[in-house]
Design a protein around this ligand. Structure first.
Ligand SMILES: O=C(O)[C@@H](CO)OP(=O)(O)O
Length: 234
């Protein structure tokens, strides 16, 4: 039996020109999660991560804080199959002005409630992407993205080498899509899963002879109580 811990990256740089870099709160989340793993006696015998900077930074902070074995850290498998979709492209296909974070910001500022406006824009942009009606317009279609994430998990399983505890540092989309598939939730509800995922939250999949089971989703107990200030979604 293998436990695969899917770990969402710490808070990145939402609203900045380059989203793909942890904020200082994101760095704290990664360290706090690692310390919590250590407190609970969790030891990873294999590590995978996406190739995005936010995945790398989260893995580094977390593994260091949990005192992970150097050889495990050095042998981390970097696999771009675990990367997030290109949210900027998905937004830009809805409205060309959304091709840059500044364009999105300008649009949101025209609304009384920018958070609600952002929620609505994301819902609309993602349902367009997931409808597959315009798949040729995107740098990666919804169908291609789904297959990539399924393949990412298959590769982890194939390369597990009898590991008991595997960490995978990735993003909200891959975690949501695998949870949605394993729970048989209709794809149309993917965003409902995605919206709830906290930064540095942990989702656990168990792989055994019986197949794959989702054991826990979006565990963020490390951030509850007096650490509540570390909970973020974006
Ligand atoms: O890029 C995004 O829009 C988010 C949403 O899930 O992904 P990430 O988890 O990488 O922040």
């Amino acid at each position: 039996m293998t436990c695969i811990y899917l770990i969402r990256h710490g808070q990145a740089s939402f609203g900045k020109d380059d989203y793909d870099c942890l904020s200082s709160l994101g760095e704290q989340q990664a360290i706090h999660l690692g310390a919590d793993f250590q407190r609970r006696g969790i030891i990873f015998d294999k590590v995978f991560r996406g190739s995005m900077l936010r995945h790398q930074q989260t893995a580094k902070g977390c593994l260091h804080a949990m005192g992970a074995d150097e050889s495990i850290v050095e042998n981390t498998t970097v696999d771009a199959h675990w990367n997030e979709y290109d949210h900027q492209d998905i937004l830009a296909q809805l409205k060309p002005d959304f091709a840059t974070p500044a364009g999105v910001k300008q649009y949101l500022m025209q609304h009384k409630d920018p958070n609600l406006a952002l929620h609505n824009v994301i819902e609309e942009a993602f349902s367009r992407w997931m409808s597959n009606d315009f798949s040729h317009q995107y740098t990666e279609s919804w169908v291609a993205y789904q297959s990539r994430i399924e393949l990412a998990l298959k590769k982890v399983i194939n390369q597990s080498d009898n590991a008991k505890h595997i960490a995978v540092f990735s993003s909200g989309g891959p975690i949501a899509i695998l949870s949605q598939t394993l729970l048989n939730i209709p794809a149309s509800n993917l965003m409902k899963v995605n919206w709830t995922l906290v930064n540095a939250g942990v989702t656990k999949i168990i792989h055994s002879k019986k197949g794959l089971v989702l054991s826990s989703l979006n565990d963020h107990s490390a951030f509850e109580g007096k650490h509540r200030h570390l909970i973020t979604y974006k």
